[in-house]
Design a protein around this ligand. Structure first.
Ligand SMILES: Cc1cc2nc3c(=O)[nH]c(=O)nc-3n(C[C@H](O)[C@H](O)[C@H](O)COP(=O)(O)OP(=O)(O)OC[C@H]3O[C@@H](n4cnc5c(N)ncnc54)[C@H](O)[C@@H]3O)c2cc1C
Length: 446
């Protein structure tokens, strides 16, 4: 039984169907018939980059899903070949081949995955069903069911029994309260204030040809903390997201949205929008903290209950890691269930899921601490202070050095661990004295 039919819940269902006779996913939303907005995933109107590793894992779970995405209008994209990418250190050269991505809306990603999951006769979905708590056996050592109610139907509370309950209800999950109600301690939680604000809007893709499919203007702390991007997506549209940090929320009115775009480090994004027609309202979204909960370190846990996805680790979305972490977690479940059974299966499953977010947390958390230090004056941990100058050097070298560019993008796309940037091959290039520098102007012509 899986609570939550977002990306983490759907991917967990796909995997668990290989190990259990029947899998039920429940969600408090009704699911749209087409790729479209639903209130349980309010982040969906914002740019969702499917990182290289995430795309590969989806393909492994759902063969040919990439072709399905493309058939539905998703846009193939080579990063940095098809990207105008202003890094913190300057414009990146457009090396080819880079990382092969596909660009599409979150609604289309989730809808396509949902159709594939529901094609599986072993999986069923109950919609408009809200999870409200857990049911345990009399001595509280095993979770035996989930408490639910029909949305909008007072008095419809009932219990559904299951061998394994997976909480995939996202960053607002109530699972810590559910566990404490059963007498277990809440897991230890690390959180970092990031106060990130998004404002996003879809535009019709203007007819004139451009030689980029992704325009990415990153921040450059401490002076420039705003960022923005345009990505080509299905339906001949652009999705445009503007991002501010530490309480700097981009406005959601027409005028304010454009004014914020005009303050980015390059005028290119603002100029592009001036000739484009919006096809949606501007939608805003804010995340105050990123957090990681150590369900794997709990001193005691009931058997038969695990937590996955954003409910375990909610990352600052600007690093685009959430869906990929959900996929790594789901594949971790699969790997663990294939191993020989042991008395602490729940503990092993949970440990694999928590481990899935380790690299992402190192990368995103390190950056978040850097921004926090600017705001609060709080010094980042020693390890981060030592690594910072080296990482800045890697980013700068990546703008003009093909080898380091690839190494950096593989880390950003979660294909390699952040520690791979310490490999001698990368270090040698990054530490080389030389006059090479990022291109001064945006590398428009290839
Ligand atoms: C602004 C923004 C931009 C992002 N950009 C990216 C990106 O570029 N790339 C990327 O990989 N990730 C991105 N993410 C993260 C990504 O959206 C999530 O990490 C990912 O979708 C996994 O989430 P999840 O499935 O755990 O939770 P969610 O997607 O939040 O899904 C939770 C589900 O649980 C349901 N639910 C909630 N409570 C209950 C309940 N009590 N009972 C029943 N059902 C319930 C909801 O209806 C929903 O269907 C972004 C996030 C934000 C906020």
């Amino acid at each position: 039984m899986i609570a939550g039919a977002g990306m983490a819940g759907l991917l967990a269902a796909r995997v668990l169907a290989e190990h259990y006779k029947r899998v039920t996913i429940l969600d408090r939303d009704r699911m749209p018939d087409n790729p479209g907005f639903r209130s349980g995933v309010p982040q969906s109107p914002h740019t969702h980059v499917l990182l290289g590793r995430g795309a590969a894992l989806l393909e492994a779970l759902f063969p040919n899903i990439r072709s399905e995405f493309l058939k539905a209008g998703a846009v193939p994209l080579d990063w940095p070949g098809d990207a105008l990418w202003l890094t913190a250190a300057g414009w990146s050269r457009r090396f080819r081949p880079g990382i092969s991505l596909i660009s599409l809306s979150r609604d289309l990603i989730e809808w396509t995955v949902r159709q594939r999951v529901l094609d599986d006769p072993r999986i069923e979905m109950r919609t408009s069903t809200e999870a409200t708590g857990l049911l345990a056996d009399p001595d509280g050592t095993r979770v035996t069911g989930i408490l639910v109610r029909q949305r909008g139907r007072p008095g419809s509370d009932h219990t559904i029994g299951a061998d394994l309950i997976v909480d995939a209800t996202g960053r607002r999950s109530q699972c810590c309260r559910w566990l404490t109600t059963l007498g277990y301690p809440a897991p230890e939680e690390t959180s970092i204030a990031c106060d990130v604000g998004y404002a996003s809007r879809f535009y019709a893709r203007p007819p004139q040809e451009r030689d980029w499919r992704l325009l990415l203007l990153q921040a450059q702390p401490p002076d420039h903390t705003r960022s923005g991007m345009i990505a080509c997506v299905e339906g001949d549209r652009w999705i445009v997201s503007l991002v501010g940090r530490l309480g700097d929320r981009p406005p959601t009115d027409d005028e304010g949205f454009l004014q914020f775009a005009a303050t980015l480090r390059s005028p290119l994004l603002h100029q592009a929008l001036r000739g484009a027609d919006p096809v949606s309202p501007v939608r805003g979204f804010g995340i105050s903290h990123s957090y990681r909960r150590r369900f794997d370190r709990m001193s005691g846990r009931p058997a038969g209950f695990v937590v996955i996805g954003d409910a375990v680790c909610t990352l600052n979305p600007v690093y685009a890691q959430g869906m990929t972490v959900a996929a790594i977690g789901a594949l971790g479940l699969d790997a663990e269930l294939r191993r020989s059974p042991s008395s602490d299966l729940t503990g092993r499953l949970q440990a694999r899921i928590v481990r899935a977010s380790a690299d992402a947390w190192v990368l995103a958390g390190g950056e978040d601490l850097r921004y926090l230090a600017l705001h609060s004056g709080e010094r980042p941990p020693l390890r981060n202070r030592i690594m910072r100058p080296y990482l800045d050097r890697v980013v700068r070298t990546a703008t003009h050095d093909r080898h380091v560019n690839r190494a950096l993008l593989r880390v950003v796309n979660m294909e390699r661990s952040p520690y791979s940037l310490l490999n001698p091959g990368v270090m040698l290039h990054a530490m080389q004295p030389g006059k090479a520098a990022p291109p001064e102007a945006p590398p428009l012509a290839q």
